[in-house]
Design a protein around this ligand. Structure first.
Ligand SMILES: NC(=O)c1ccc[n+]([C@@H]2O[C@H](COP(=O)([O-])OP(=O)(O)OC[C@H]3O[C@@H](n4cnc5c(N)ncnc54)[C@H](O)[C@@H]3O)[C@@H](O)[C@H]2O)c1
Ligand SMILES: O=P(O)(O)OC[C@@H](O)[C@@H](O)[C@H](O)[C@H](O)CO
Length: 499
């Protein structure tokens, strides 16, 4: 098969079964600046905009991506070489692949090279939305107090910088751009968070204004009064792109793409309708634009993301390395579904238009899609940002209401066992937890002398360590994980609790 390097000039040479932009990309202008162009943004928001553009809509809502981290240099190089084009490959469970080339990202700026260019984009009146997928850690929220946490050195540097000087962090850029827009009368843009955080808009609002307050209280007041931060629920399982994905794409289609994105066919976006200066007509491409996102967020984070945590640690300890292997194992799939039914679901609000039984059954099917090859290592990374935001609130609510907590306690114990850094066969585990890995590993290794040491960090677990019902369950599970291993522990628990 003839090789086609992905560039604007080569779009006409795409194979017939790989559609590309049918719209004139030179007519697309930037209306959205996006921080954190990773796999998920390219599989989700950029895809929805591309669909609108295919319908001849939203041509004034093109995306300019921004990377602020050293690690984003690679994305800058690839987008430059490929005219911001990339291939999106949907992987169906039956082995089918559906590829298309996405054209809605039309510019990319690597902020450390030219921070003023980023600010120019953000202060351009045509920019009406600044969206974010900067991961849970990118919001600088202390999980226990809920307050802004300024301990990140880059954030400290931005807080201390001279007024008007070039920022380094996402918050620094947002607040400086808003200051300039206030001062020159351009007015606000909307800050649209698309990260997996409960109340992501509320959290972005609270953290960004807290940051702004440290620099300029009047500006913080102006942001409070003028900038909308809509909440959203976002969903599409998007694993990291691998070399095999690149090779497979080329072998199947001839397309040479340095950074394609692969994901599951399922996609969902529930978005609160609160924008300062308009928005694309997202509902025309299946986005659920609603007044209250909270019930959907809780459903997704407490069923999907919290279940991912169960699958990750228990599955890894049991010797699996991929999500579909764990979800395809009846014992672990049954445990996960029982967590959802008995512990996650009782903490949810009624979710308009959703049959929760169907939703949960679909989740297990999605996890079990063998084509996705989502690694447990991806799901188990950055646990300190995930367990406290997704699972701890479930445990707290159930403790308050006299609900069940046994399975959640086992997931927390499995994290502690995983964080010891050695699996059940004595092989090392790479514990990825930015800024906290050393501390987590040290706390985990205080077992068995101090069996509750892992729970003693109140930033992560609040007062769970003071609740005897929880600590009794946690201790028993942690002991069992050490003496019997993950599989036997889950088996015994499921036998004891039944369904
Ligand atoms: N991958 C998924 O399945 C998925 C699904 C739904 C939602 N999400 C959300 O999207 C986020 C990103 O996921 P991804 O798969 O694209 O990851 P990724 O690693 O491919 O990309 C993450 C991007 O965020 C940037 N980033 C990370 N920390 C940052 C910080 N402190 N400040 C600024 N930028 C920062 C990175 O530089 C990168 O551009 C997740 O954390 C989650 O909240 C992901
Ligand atoms: O991306 P994170 O760090 O928020 O969480 C890991 C996974 O649970 C998550 O990426 C899911 O795959 C995703 O939320 C599915 O929509």
């Amino acid at each position: 098969m003839a090789a086609t390097t992905l560039t604007a000039a080569n779009l006409a040479d795409l194979p017939a079964d790989v559609p590309g932009p049918s719209y004139d990309r030179s007519a697309v202008s930037v209306g959205i600046v996006h921080f954190g162009v990773g796999g998920f943004h390219r599989a989700h928001q950029a895809m929805y905009l591309d669909e609108l553009m295919q319908q001849g809509q939203a041509l004034d809502w093109g995306i300019c991506g921004v990377g602020v981290l050293e690690a984003d240099k690679k994305m800058a190089e690839v987008t430059e070489a490929q005219d911001d084009l990339y291939t999106l490959v949907l992987k169906h469970a039956d082995g089918r692949r559906e590829a298309r080339v996405i054209g809605s990202i039309v510019d990319y700026l690597y902020a450390p090279d030219d921070p003023e260019a980023v600010l120019d984009r953000m202060t351009d009146p045509a920019t009406r939305i600044v969206s974010l997928t900067v991961t849970e850690g990118g919001y600088h929220k202390n999980a226990s107090t809920g307050e802004f946490d300024d301990r990140d050195p880059a954030i400290q540097a931005d807080i201390a910088a001279e007024p008007g000087s070039p920022p380094r962090t996402t918050f620094g850029f947002l607040v400086e751009a808003l200051r300039r827009r206030r001062d020159d009368g351009t007015g606000p843009f909307t800050v649209m968070s698309c990260d997996n955080i409960q109340g992501n808009g509320h959290v972005a609002h609270a953290m960004i204004t807290a940051y702004a307050r440290r620099r300029d209280p009047e500006l913080a007041d102006w942001i409070e009064a003028n900038v909308p931060f809509p909440n959203s629920m976002v969903d599409r399982i998007t694993p990291r792109t691998t070399d095999e994905d690149r090779e497979e794409l080329q072998a199947n289609t001839g397309i040479v793409d340095a950074w394609p994105v692969v994901c599951e066919p399922f996609t969902q976006w529930v978005l609160e309708d609160r924008f300062a200066a308009g928005r694309p007509p997202f509902e025309d491409v299946g986005v659920q634009v609603v007044a209250d996102v909270e019930p959907y967020e809780l459903m997704k984070l407490r069923l999907l993301n919290a279940s991912h945590q169960a699958i990750a640690y228990l599955g890894y300890l049991a010797g699996y390395r991929y999500a579909h292997e764990v979800a395809g194992d009846e014992l672990f799939a049954g445990f996960t579904r029982a967590y959802m039914d008995r512990e996650g679901t009782p903490t949810l609000q009624p979710v308009p238009g959703v049959d929760l039984d169907d939703y949960k059954a679909t989740l297990i099917e999605r996890f079990a899609n063998p084509a996705i090859r989502d690694t447990l290592a991806r799901l188990a990374a950055e646990s300190s940002d995930r367990i406290p935001t997704w699972l701890v609130p479930v445990i707290r609510t159930n403790l308050e209401n006299g609900g069940e907590i046994e399975r959640s306690a086992l997931v927390v114990a499995a994290w502690a066992r995983y964080a010891e850094g050695v699996d059940e066969s004595g092989e090392p585990i790479e514990v990825v937890d930015t800024g906290r890995a050393e501390d987590r590993i040290a706390a985990a290794r205080r077992y068995p002398d101090e069996p509750l040491a892992f729970l003693s960090d109140r930033d992560l677990f609040g007062d769970l360590i003071d609740d005897e019902r929880f600590t009794t369950a946690y201790r028993a599970h942690l002991d069992a994980l050490h003496t019997d291993g993950a599989r036997a522990t889950v088996e015994a628990l499921e036998q004891r609790l039944g369904r």
